[in-house]
Each structure stands twice: as structure tokens, then as C-alpha cells.
Design a binder for this molecule. Structure first.
Ligand code: SF4
Ligand code: SF4
Length: 329
């Protein structure tokens, strides 16, 4: 049996499926109809390997395209954590009806985040009004995004929001179809790495800013995702994966929300990194460049093969594709 020190993470954000009923131009992880999703055994292994957490957010893709998997994960998480963990669902809301909602609430969902109120999602006339009526009819309380009430275990809540240049996707992450379609945040001063959803604090056990993002089964320090994953949580405990990266100057710089410093111990000084961030227009594109062009090869690196998104789906060829409305997959 493996024993761990007691750690309660603040938040785990788990994208368990890249399957979606929509095909938005700004989708950072290329979710689409028929996209990849976890298997039942992978889902079980992931849950087994998660540490205690104050909050588990299930997202996609559109989680309700996989209703039985979603319910399975929710029930298993509730059995594992009891009432001590806040379970939240992020959805575009299209497939949420009375029957689905009742099953979700029965399985333990406490917050429903409807993240499709923006110009990028296909319009569903009357969606917001329909969902508001439905959610209120089941006793859920509407809260603003970021309202701490959304995390109170005693309350069942919901919120409406969407992608704007400054909210969600860290101000439109330079990832996936957003990057391909030229609608990413072209602003070198916007440091998503130091914001919630960025890498800031991902190694800081016990910190209220500690969040880890999981794409299918691959673990990342942030929602935008680094070129290399930290590890595969279907294969080993999440805390072991994090422990393996402590003390590495590159990951520690990202943990401080300072991607300009990620290469200083390998000869990439701050002045050069800041110049490249200005030229690339985005800190995450610099992070990609460091991984692909400057990071020293390390023998026996267990992380090399753990990237969830196939390279041709990540949209990580910014020098070629930025600004073009490239043919999509
Ligand atoms: S942005 Fe959301 S709704 Fe749109 S394709 Fe991606 S996962 Fe689906
Ligand atoms: S700079 Fe790197 S670690 Fe930081 S948010 Fe962007 S991709 Fe993640």
C-alpha cells in the first residue's frame, strides 16, 4: 500500500472527454463530435489516483454527450470523497433537460456552470431562459461566476458565462482551434500563467490557488496545457506526479507564474525570453517554444509520451498558422 502525506488540493479540473455536440471556432482542445474520450477503466484509474480535493470540476468537450460515463464518474467520486468535495459540472447546456438534471443532482452535482454565453458558440434560441427555468425549478440558486457561494457545500448553484477577450480561456488561449483561427489573445502583457487556470501554484500543496488540469488522463500544470504533460494519472497517483517535478527550475518558474524565467538555468536569460514573448504576442506560445526549441533533452524522461492531444491537433505551429483561418480538422 502507498502512503502519502495528507494533501487536500484546492481544485482539480478534469476534461474527461473531447467529444462535443458543437464545433466552436475558439475551442482550445479541439473538441468535436466523435472526439476522443476516456474508457471506463481509465476513468476508474484516474479517480483512484486523485488526491483529496476541495473541488472537482468535470468538463469537456461536452460532458453530457457521455451521460453514462459522466454519471459513473460522479457516483464514483462521491463514494470516494463523501460529502467533503464540491462536485461541479461545466457544460454548454444544449443537452441539459429535466431528466438529465435530475440524474446529475442525484449523483451529487452541486454546481452547474453553463459556459456557452458568447458569440463563439452556436446560438440556441431561448437556451438561457429554458435552463434558468429548469434549474430554478429544482431549487438551484443562480450565482455570478467566481462567487464563493458557488463552492458552498450546502448550496446547489448554477452560473451562466462564456468566452470574452478577458474571461475564460485566460483571455482566449492560444491553443487548438482558437490558435488556428486567429482568435487567441494576442497580448504579451496578458500573463495567463499567473492567473487562475494558469500554472501559478500548481505545486503549492495546501494553497488556495492550487489547481491541476487533466486532459483525458494526462496531467498539466494549467488549463492551456504545456507541450509535455506532467504525467498520466491513469498510471500513477497525482501526488507522485507532482512530487516528481518539484525542484526542477523550469516547473518551479511556471509554478511562480513566471514563464519568462523557465529557461534561466539552461542559458535562456530573461531578456531573451521577454523579447520572444513580445514577438510571439503570448506567454503560452513562448512556453511552447521553450519546450520545443530550448529545453535540454533528458534521458529517461517519463513525460515524453504523455501528451493527450496529438501534435497535429494542438495547433502548436504558431509561426505558420497565426492569423490564418486555417483549414480545420
Ligand atoms: S468550446 Fe465547448 S461547446 Fe465549443 S466545441 Fe469546445 S467543448 Fe464544445
Ligand atoms: S505559460 Fe505554459 S505553464 Fe503557463 S499557462 Fe501557458 S502553457 Fe501553461
Amino acid at each position: 500500500m502507498i502512503y502519502h502525506r495528507l494533501v487536500i488540493m484546492e481544485s482539480i479540473y478534469w476534461v474527461f472527454t473531447h467529444r462535443c455536440n458543437q464545433y466552436c471556432a475558439h475551442c482550445y482542445n479541439h473538441s468535436r463530435p466523435g472526439g476522443p474520450t476516456v474508457t471506463l477503466s481509465e476513468a476508474d484509474a484516474v479517480i483512484e489516483h486523485l488526491p483529496d480535493t476541495n473541488r472537482l470540476i468535470l468538463s469537456g468537450g461536452e460532458p453530457l454527450t457521455e451521460p453514462e460515463m459522466l454519471l459513473h464518474i460522479l457516483r464514483k467520486a462521491r463514494r470516494k470523497y463523501g460529502s467533503g468535495t464540491h462536485l461541479a459540472l461545466q457544460t454548454n447546456g444544449d443537452l441539459l433537460d429535466a431528466d438529465a438534471l435530475d440524474r446529475l443532482l442525484d449523483a451529487g452535482v452541486q454546481h452547474i456552470s453553463i459556459a456557452s454565453q458568447d458569440p463563439y458558440h452556436a446560438r440556441r434560441d431561448g437556451l438561457r431562459e429554458r435552463l434558468h427555468t429548469l434549474l430554478v425549478s429544482r431549487g438551484l440558486l443562480e450565482v455570478d461566476v467566481g462567487d464563493p457561494s458557488a463552492k458552498k457545500p450546502a448550496l446547489r448553484t448554477f452560473s451562466f458565462w462564456g468566452a470574452t477577450p478577458d474571461l475564460w480561456l485566460g483571455g482566449l488561449w492560444a491553443r487548438g482551434r482558437a490558435l488556428r483561427n486567429g482568435i487567441w489573445k494576442d497580448d504579451p502583457e496578458h500573463n495567463v500563467c499567473a492567473l487562475w487556470s494558469g500554472a501559478l501554484g500548481f505545486l503549492d500543496d495546501g494553497s488556495d490557488r492550487q489547481e491541476t488540469a487533466i486532459q483525458l488522463t494526462s496531467v498539466y500544470p494549467c488549463c492551456p496545457g504545456t507541450v509535455e504533460a506532467l504525467g498520466d494519472v491513469a498510471q500513477e497517483p497525482l501526488l507522485d506526479i507532482l512530487d516528481r517535478h518539484r525542484g526542477d527550475p523550469m516547473w518551479e518558474a511556471l509554478n511562480r507564474g513566471d514563464p519568462a524565467a523557465m529557461g534561466v538555468t539552461t542559458g535562456i536569460d530573461l531578456e531573451y525570453a521577454r523579447k520572444r514573448i513580445r514577438e510571439l504576442g503570448n506567454v503560452c506560445l513562448w512556453c511552447d517554444e521553450y519546450f520545443t526549441k530550448h529545453r535540454p533533452q533528458r534521458s529517461g524522461d517519463a513525460n515524453e509520451a504523455t501528451t493527450a492531444w496529438p501534435e497535429d491537433e494542438r495547433g502548436r505551429q504558431p509561426l505558420v498558422l497565426v492569423g490564418e483561418l486555417a483549414a480545420d480538422d
